[in-house]
Design a protein around this ligand. Structure first.
Ligand code: ZN
Length: 184
């Protein structure tokens, strides 16, 4: 396997190329890579940089779902564990959204510890992007809907890393405050 710094650097570059030109949902339609950087950095921070494959998988976690990257490619370029972490975080896009959402809630408790951490970091990032100044009705509805669902997924992922659990709880609290404020 590549040395830690190379593994993560290669993963970041791979993700930047694969997601090139994509925008994320929420806050000013930021480039998609901002989401991946946030997830990877969150994972690195809460684990004190102890798990390079986890951080690499953070960069790559949406690559199969959104860019047609294959598991084999990730296993060859990075490692078998990086590939399987990403697979664990990949939804079956042939299923309707409501079914995928329900499946995430049901499957969460059965994921490996690494995949659980990625899923929590992903939800932290996605909720954060939906907290915008002066939200309109649609933005409020979207935040309330997403945060409510994310809480159910994360309920099945908690207990691996208390720091990350706390960051998630703080993010939910920020979402609630934003909704209360905006709701008047
Ligand atoms: Zn993501």
């Amino acid at each position: 396997m590549l040395p830690a710094i190379r593994l993560i650097s290669e993963a970041a570059e791979f993700a930047a190329r694969r997601h090139n030109g994509m925008a994320r949902k929420g806050r000013g339609s930021e480039p998609y890579i901002n989401h991946l950087a946030e997830v990877a950095n969150l994972l690195a921070a809460v684990t004190d940089g102890a798990d390079a494959e986890l951080v690499a998988a953070g960069w790559l976690h949406d690559s199969i779902e959104d860019t047609g990257t294959t598991r084999e490619e990730l296993a060859r370029e990075f490692s078998e564990r990086v590939a399987s972490l990403v697979v664990e975080c990949t939804d079956d896009m042939n299923l309707p959204k409501a079914v995928r959402r329900q499946k995430q809630i049901a499957d969460a408790p059965h994921k490996t510890p690494g995949a659980k951490l990625i899923k929590i970091a992903d939800k932290v990032s996605n909720i954060g992007a939906r907290i915008v100044p002066h939200p309109g009705q649609d933005e409020r509805d979207d935040l309330a809907d997403y945060a409510g669902w994310a809480e159910q997924v994360v309920a099945g992922c908690r207990g691996i890393n208390p720091r990350l659990d706390r960051i998630f709880d703080d993010t939910i609290a920020r979402a609630r405050a934003a909704l209360t404020e905006a709701g008047g």
